[in-house]
Design a binder for this molecule. Structure first.
Ligand SMILES: [Mn+2]
Length: 470
């Protein structure tokens, strides 16, 4: 992609307009989304404002519901800067002096009413979709925020690595197992500073911190025949290659292996795959060489997962502190993560021991009511799929109670995609028909629906999925 891409220039102009609004502000309220991308975006915004010596606060929200909209509209700050959210709710924003730095699909009602970017509404919208770019794959919320930061001061290029952690968190490196679009530009800023090193390596999760056996065992994209989900086989796999699992009493991680050991593993895994899925197994990986080896901060994906675990337990501020370099925040995040593991294992036990999964012809489902947190029910649904005795040839639909109704999470095995499954559209259609809203990706989607509408939702989604699969 040439650096002179006209779409990039337009978005950069939007970012520059946002940067001048920031320079003129007295004080700023930053409102960020609670996931890894939103936390990275908030960190970039916060650092930028600090360097401009602007008084500011950072607040995190799960989504832009009525209460959060009120935070925007009712704020006494001279400028409100929304990061990684806001585009879907532009028409609800009524106050002056707002910047929305987001990459989600914009509110269509607002778009149609716009004659120019900076109209009388006093809202500056910086979003790749408005400039013909693809916000789901080319740039993240942290990336858009970084553009504004860099427009405010070239020196803020040292924050590029945070934008790439945000993009990793939003899984924007799926296409061709590498980053594409504007993310490439941001990545080259980060590489230029020496903050990120891009290498070609195994793309499995846990390169820095997972013991080798689990590193391979948990690989499900691609599924490695004979190894995925097989602890004993994975352990034997390394032994047969003469690779020690432990050294000096501690488990070795992938990053501890020397090049010869790594090559032996890669060759052996490629053989097992027999030609399919190699492009997903090996590809671009972002290493953060300024952080210590063997910590999750050294790998962009592990860093992002750490931040996500903070957001999931209402602790996004700890994630923000990690991004801003606060060493104490790490031990607090470790508590969140062990809490996450504990909650997940409680959730999985609950599902299995109570045998709550019910099968229909084209979907299976369970209702966790208040027993599983709405923030992890989707992960639990994905983990039970295909595990002992549970089918993975039909999607799993999970329900859990949430503050504003019932949270729905749908998960499916990748093999259903080639058969035509698209959970995103199925969930969206069914949710809207029962008075809710939702969307997502082809194998993972979510919705919020009114309480009491679960069976109607199931009935509708099953018929949509039936149409997709037959
Ligand atoms: Mn995002």
């Amino acid at each position: 992609m040439p650096a002179s891409d006209a779409r990039y220039e337009m978005l950069e102009r939007d970012a520059a307009a946002a940067a001048s609004a920031i320079r003129e502000a007295d004080d700023v309220l930053v409102i960020g989304h609670i996931d890894a991308d939103g936390i990275c975006a908030s960190a970039i915004a916060s650092r930028t404002l600090e360097r401009l010596k602007k008084k500011h606060d950072v607040v995190f929200v799960k989504k832009l519901d009525d209460a959060s909209i009120e935070k925007v509209n009712g704020s006494r700050a001279s400028l409100v800067w929304l990061v990684d959210l806001g585009s879907g709710y532009l028409s609800a924003i009524t106050r002056q002096n707002v910047i929305v730095a987001d990459h989600h699909v914009p509110d269509p009602g607002w778009m149609n009413g716009q004659t120019s970017l900076f109209d009388f509404s006093g809202l500056i919208h910086v979003n790749p979709h408005t400039r013909g770019m693809d916000g789901s794959g080319e740039i993240s919320g942290a990336g858009v925020t970084y553009m504004i930061s860099k427009a405010a001061d070239e020196k803020n290029k040292d924050l590029a690595y945070l934008a790439m952690i945000g993009a990793s968190g939003d899984i924007q490196d799926q296409a061709g197992s590498k980053f594409i679009g504007y993310n490439r530009k941001i990545l080259s800023d980060a590489e230029g500073n020496g903050d990120i090193e891009v290498i070609s390596d195994l793309r499995l999760f846990g390169r820095e911190t997972r013991p080798l056996t689990q590193f391979i065992q948990y690989c499900n994209d691609p599924v490695i025949p004979g190894l995925t989900s097989e602890y004993t086989e994975c352990s034997r796999f390394f032994t047969e290659l003469n690779i020690e699992l432990k050294r000096n009493g501690s488990w070795r991680a992938w990053s501890d292996l020397d090049d010869d050991e790594k090559d032996a593993v890669k060759i052996s895994l490629i053989e097992r795959l027999g030609g399919s899925g190699i492009e997903r197994l090996i590809g671009e990986v972002c290493v953060l060489p300024r952080f210590r080896k063997g910590t999750e901060l050294r790998d962009a994906k592990e860093f992002a997962t750490l931040l996500n675990s903070c957001g999931r337990y209402d602790d996004a501020p700890v994630g923000l502190r990690i991004c801003l370099g606060d060493k104490n925040a790490l031990s607090e995040a470790a508590k969140n993560r062990s809490e996450h593991k504990k909650q997940l294992s409680i959730a999985l036990n609950y599902i299995k021991q109570n045998k709550i999964i019910r099968e229909k012809k084209y979907v299976q489902y369970f209702h966790a009511h208040g027993e599983i947190r709405d923030t992890i029910v989707g992960i639990a649904a994905g983990m039970v799929l295909g595990s002992d005795g549970i089918r993975n040839d039909i999607p799993m639909i999970a329900f859990a109670n949430a503050d504003d109704g019932v949270k729905v999470s749908a998960r499916a095995d990748k093999s259903l995609i080639i058969k035509g499954l698209d959970l995103s559209s199925a969930v969206k259609t069914a949710a809207e028909r029962v008075g809710g809203f939702g969307g997502g990706h082809n194998i993972a989607a979510g919705a919020t629906i009114p309480s009491g509408k679960e069976y109607e939702f199931l009935h509708i989604i099953e018929s949509v999925i039936e149409t997709q699969l037959t």
